[in-house]
Design a binder for this molecule. Structure first.
Ligand code: PEP
Ligand code: CO
Length: 466
């Protein structure tokens, strides 16, 4: 049997990269020209993969550690990446915030942090309505830069398959820079001070971060003084940084799905990890089917309407072999609902014997429209959902494995609150998001410190009863 035949034996019946096309696929753009779309998909099929299967396997292994309570997952980045204002500085600043948050977790808790960006491919958005009406004019909704443009104007809102190619190219350029930053010296632990962004240095969180950075520097000097050759320890000089996005536009994902020559398995090489959104997690739908056939680690969002049976069925569909690290269940219940809706789901998945990573997205269940008409979130609600999530896992003895956050490295005013409070009347100052409101660097650091304290307060990191 060739590796490919062996791999095929484990696939769901009749799975192929294209087989999702026979199933109902929600949230797909209304492409005006099918032939033009298929031509682009063909072109993408011939382009190099963005990530390697071996890297995705390494992430599955790291996530297996998370599922077993030995590591913590930080998945973070933009709600929607943009084709406009794409620059090295923007990528660098986002990476800085994520590296800072990871240092806060690891330093405060002694638990390794697995770093996964919502980056290098997060270009497609599910929408609550397919069209948007303004002053009596109705146009297709904005679905992310992979599909159309945001301007409220007919030509801009038409789905354009050429955008799939642009998304691929921007993802490739982003990944190239991320690899250079994380392996080429920028992520060296001796640079820990340099990750503090200028505008957050003088804030209370920024100063708190400086204290940790000083202590890390002192520890490095201490080790060197003891005669340890720090230059030969790669872990001090590089970080593993993985990419992820919502696998939404399935033609794009199909085109980047390739057979790994080592194992014969299919991998979606558009990112290391892919997730299924709250609106596309139908058990008999195209998205669950598509991701059931690729070997990457996969996530699935679970909102307040998710039932325990659905959660177990999703685990069965996505991970019949019960491989640890393969499935991350990302709850996004809302601060007021989490303590009620999450426990029966955790209990059902646990008693079914599924080794999942539990993660919490405290963003999407806490969105509302401010008085001035901005879509926003309160940092207090975000923290409230995280507190509820930690309380649930603490009482069940399961490991609250990670968090899933929308943030940016720029000094935006999109979410309310924080120690340097953003107020309702200030949202208009720097409200730049194309989709959901993101935490700025100060709010992200604030969240990291408070989350680290919750992690530290867990009895032996929550594994006492596991
Ligand atoms: C998102 O992560 O940006 C998103 C749309 O989330 P959800 O599917 O949970 O609503
Ligand atoms: Co979002």
């Amino acid at each position: 049997m060739t590796p490919r035949d062996a791999a095929a034996a484990h696939l769901p019946a009749n799975w192929s990269p294209e087989s999702w096309r026979h199933l109902p696929a929600d949230q797909q753009p209304d492409w005006p020209d099918q032939a033009a779309l298929e031509a682009v998909i063909d072109e993408l099929r011939g382009l190099p993969p963005l990530v390697f299967a071996g890297e995705a396997r390494n992430l599955t292994r790291s996530l297996a550690d998370v599922s077993e309570g030995r590591a913590f997952l930080l998945q973070a980045g933009d709600c929607a990446e943009s084709f406009d204002g794409f620059s090295a500085n923007e990528i660098r600043d986002k990476l800085k915030v994520i590296l800072q948050m990871a240092v806060v977790f690891t330093y405060s808790t002694g638990v390794p942090t697995v770093k996964v960006g919502r980056i290098a491919g997060q270009f497609a958005k599910p929408r609550s309505t397919p069209t948007e009406a303004r002053d009596g004019v109705e146009l297709p909704s904005f679905r992310g830069h992979m599909v159309n443009a945001i301007d409220f104007e007919g030509a801009a809102r038409a789905a354009d398959p050429q955008r799939l190619l642009r998304a691929y190219n921007q993802s490739a350029a982003t990944l190239n820079l991320l690899r250079a930053f994380t392996k080429g010296g920028f992520a060296d632990l001796s640079q820990v001070h340099a990750w503090n962004l200028e505008f957050s240095q003088t804030s209370p969180e920024g100063r708190r971060y400086e204290v940790i950075a000083d202590e890390i520097e002192r520890a490095l000097r201490f080790m060197a003084a003891c005669g340890i050759d720090l230059a030969t320890e790669p872990q001090l000089h590089e970080v593993d940084f993985y990419t992820s996005h919502e696998a939404l536009v399935l033609g794009y994902e199909e085109a980047l799905t390739r057979v790994d020559s080592l194992t014969g398995d299919w991998y979606d090489c558009s990112a290391h990890m892919l997730w299924i959104g709250e609106r596309t997690r139908q058990l008999d739908g195209a998205h669950v089917h598509f991701l059931s056939g690729v070997k990457n680690p996969v996530g699935c969002k679970l909102g307040p309407s998710a039932t325990p049976d659905e959660a177990v069925a999703l685990c069965e569909a996505l991970n019949p072999d019960r491989t640890a690290g393969r499935v991350t269940l990302i709850s996004r219940m809302g601060a007021t609902a989490v303590q009620e809706t999450l426990p029966p789901i955790v209990e059902a998945v646990r008693s079914a014997g599924h080794p999942v990573v539990w993660a919490c997205d405290p963003m999407h269940g806490n969105t509302f429209t401010s008085q001035a008409g901005f879509k926003t979130r309160r940092l207090a609600d975000i923290m409230g959902e995280l507190e509820g999530y930690f309380a649930v896992h603490r009482s069940l003895g399961t490991w609250p494995g990670g968090i899933h956050i929308e943030l940016t490295g720029t000094d935006v005013t999109e979410c309310l609150g924080g120690s340097d409070e953003v107020r309702d009347d200030q949202l208009e100052h720097r409200y730049e998001t194309m989709c959901d409101p993101r935490l700025n660097a100060r709010q992200s650091l604030d969240l990291a410190f408070d989350t680290a304290e919750m992690l530290r307060a867990l009895p032996r990191h929550g594994r006492e009863h596991a």
